[in-house]
Design a protein around this ligand. Sequence first.
Ligand SMILES: [Zn+2]
Length: 239
Amino acid sequence: MCEMCQSTKLLTRRNLFRLAASAGLMLASGAYAKENKAPPKPENVISPDASLKRLMDGNARYVDGVARRHDFKHEREALAGGQNPYASILSCADSRIAPEYAFDSGRGDLFVCRLAGNFANDDSVASLEYGVAVLGVPLILVLGHDACGAIDATIKSLKDDKPLPGHMPSLVTALTPAVKAVSGKGGDVLGNAIRQNVIDNVAKLKAATPILSAAVEQNKLKVVGGIYRLKDGRVDMVA
Ligand SMILES: [Zn+2]
């Protein structure tokens, strides 16, 4: 069982509230870092700007085909007792997007939440809150991508007024605001909706109370957005 699962299992609903409240206080006082045990990856204790630079440097290596060799054996040992990732990624579930590869990062480096359409809902926000308040993550990157099937399906469902089967209408509901915001403006509707969805979810995460918004206000967290280009693997920042 992973550290997060173990921690979560121990938390009752009331304790979760206390965690949120104390995380807010700890963020405010800066006491969290002092009380925490030594991080397994000291090189991951970096500022939001350094985190973004590290992601982009890793992406440049990935694009150029000069990714580093990752010593998984050594990392396994170092990470058995904990984790301190240097960034969180809210990515689409699309099998062509692999954040650890795209940013040339190892295990214990990225706290990744993935769901089709890379949008913030209660569950993804809760996971990202855990990353920030408990693990001390300094950066969240919302990562959309070219030719996103979830957004394309949303466009078609709205256009044809035809609901998708199963549980998929919940994706349509989440992605509809971005599609509606760009519809009727001409141009590449799918590409524009993908970009708008990233921008909207960056804004949503920045404003997510009480944990993420407080961390942003205290300059302990940056929330940014990018789009993964399928043809060459480049990530273009859009927010
Ligand atoms: Zn997608």
